[in-house]
Design a protein around this ligand. Structure first.
Ligand SMILES: *Cc1c(COP(=O)(O)O)cnc(C)c1O
Length: 456
């Protein structure tokens, strides 16, 4: 009999609620703090920047299930369910007895999981009477997702894209424009923050920190305009639980349950998205031994070598203080190609779960990540995003470990996106121009001195 390759849910079986893990965590996350007064923030404080519904979701520690609005379910149905795929050819190339499954989040119009949160964020803005959304973007995955979602719900989107990335990798900037967004290279002359920088340094290449400052300034000075973030925050991970909730049903269709769950780790939204729904079975004792592994780049090792402290979410220090594993908010990771993983901190929920021993991080060198991605492309036929290559490399490690131990675990990893717009990264790897970047202990120590509020 032919083995089934992929598992899809019919539209009527799509999840209708997201899973809010905060409500069921044994130790709840500590609150975000006002950086000046160190007072816990309320949803009302957050709603100056974000829409009200997301501000509430951010702090909700009571409701384990949150309804997905009908209008969002309708847009999810354009591309969901995403396939759960058994990676037979990849398994064979690895010579492993492990069963390897991946959840393919690359099959939507934007090519990554970020659309799963862009849609509800734009929907809530529209509901609450906003007319505009704004954000920053590095390589452009988030900006593109927001541009598309804004268009679907009839909002104007303004995206500040780091200038140097916009020049070096122009395709996503045109993808955003294709979906109707106004895209500005940051620093720009359209905000005070941008103007100040350009006046001091006319050829400033831009940075995510600066782009965040510009977007927040636009949101707080423009009536009807809200800021939207594509990772790190609790409400973003909440929306991404659609990934794990589908995967749970699809694994059941395959007649298996994962022993190990793996995803790449930037701020934690795709990892949390696939992990949290399965984590509830750790909490309720039905599957106590599932392992959860976050694959971060060796050049930005916040989970394995960072510290659990209150730190700013952005480089410039504009955001609230968040209790998280961090390398210090002005840590400058090497310019690796997995741009989406170059973030100094880890989401608050995941940080707490790592601290409590429910999850762990592993560090992947850049060259290992591309080597893994190329093996995956040559076996399964999908060119993975440079970020997703980290999850694949971690999966290979686990499969090899299982071989050594004579075990055959079921491994599930999340393929967060495809790499077809990231071919310049593959070009550098194939041409032999890439290197590994290991951060020294001294560098990490030095950066951690800048942390604004230490937790004892
Ligand atoms: C943004 C991005 C990531 C990293 O973000 P998380 O919030 O950690 O998921 C990973 N993969 C892809 C394809 C991305 O676009």
């Amino acid at each position: 009999m032919k083995h089934q390759k992929k598992f899809l849910l019919s539209e009527q079986d799509l999840p209708t609620q997201w899973y809010n893990i905060q409500a069921e965590m044994p130790n709840k996350p500590m609150p975000p703090l006002n950086p000046k007064t160190h007072e816990p923030l309320t949803a009302g404080d957050l709603s100056h920047i974000f829409n009200m519904e997301c501000s509430k979701q951010e702090l909700d520690q009571t409701h384990p299930w949150i309804d997905i609005p009908d209008e969002v379910q309708e847009k999810y149905a354009y591309y969901r369910s995403t396939p759960l795929v058994r990676a037979y050819a990849f398994e064979q190339a690895l010579g492993t007895r492990a069963h390897i499954y991946f959840k393919n989040e690359s099959t939507n119009p934007l090519g990554s999981h970020k659309i799963n949160s862009a849609l509800p964020q734009c929907y809530y803005c529209k509901q609450e009477g906003d007319t505009n959304v704004t954000t920053e973007t590095g390589a452009g995955q988030w900006g593109a997702a927001l541009a598309y979602a804004a268009k679907l719900y009839g909002l104007e989107a303004a995206v500040y894209q780091v200038k140097i990335t916009m020049q070096q990798k122009p395709y996503r900037s045109y993808l955003m424009r294709t979906f109707g967004a106004a895209v500005q290279g940051s620093p720009s002359m359209s905000t005070r923050a941008g103007k100040d920088i350009i006046t001091r340094e006319p050829n400033h290449p831009g940075s995510l920190g600066t782009a965040i400052s510009e977007a927040i300034e636009l949101a707080t000075t423009t009536p009807g305009c809200k800021y939207a973030l594509g990772s790190v925050l609790n409400h973003v991970a909440l929306h991404q639980t659609i990934i794990g909730l589908e995967a749970e049903k699809q694994m059941a269709m395959a007649g298996e349950y994962p022993d190990k769950i793996i995803a790449c780790f930037g701020g934690g939204s795709n990892f949390g998205g696939i992990a949290f729904p399965f984590m509830r079975h750790v909490f309720d004792g039905t599957h106590k031994d599932t392992e959860f592994i976050a694959a971060e780049p060796e050049s930005c090792p916040k989970l394995t070598r960072g510290k659990f402290e209150y730190d700013f979410g952005d480089e410039a220090g504009y955001t609230p203080l968040l209790p998280m594993y961090t390398l210090g908010h002005d840590f400058k990771p090497a310019n690796i190609h997995a741009g989406g993983l170059r973030y100094h901190g880890a989401g608050v929920i995941i940080s707490q779960l790592v601290k409590d021993g429910y999850m762990r991080g592993v560090d992947i060198p850049q060259l290992d990540s591309f080597k893994a991605g190329i093996l995956f492309a040559q076996t399964e036929g999908i060119v993975p995003a440079p970020e997703s290559c980290h999850a694949i490399a971690a999966t290979i490690r686990e499969a090899q470990l299982a071989n050594e131990e004579g075990k055959a675990p079921v491994i599930l990893f999340n393929l967060s996106g495809h790499g077809l717009i990231d071919m310049p990264s593959y070009m550098s790897y194939i041409d032999g121009d890439l290197v590994n970047y290991r951060v020294s202990d001294a560098e990490i120590e030095k950066n951690l001195e800048e942390i604004p509020l230490k937790i004892d």
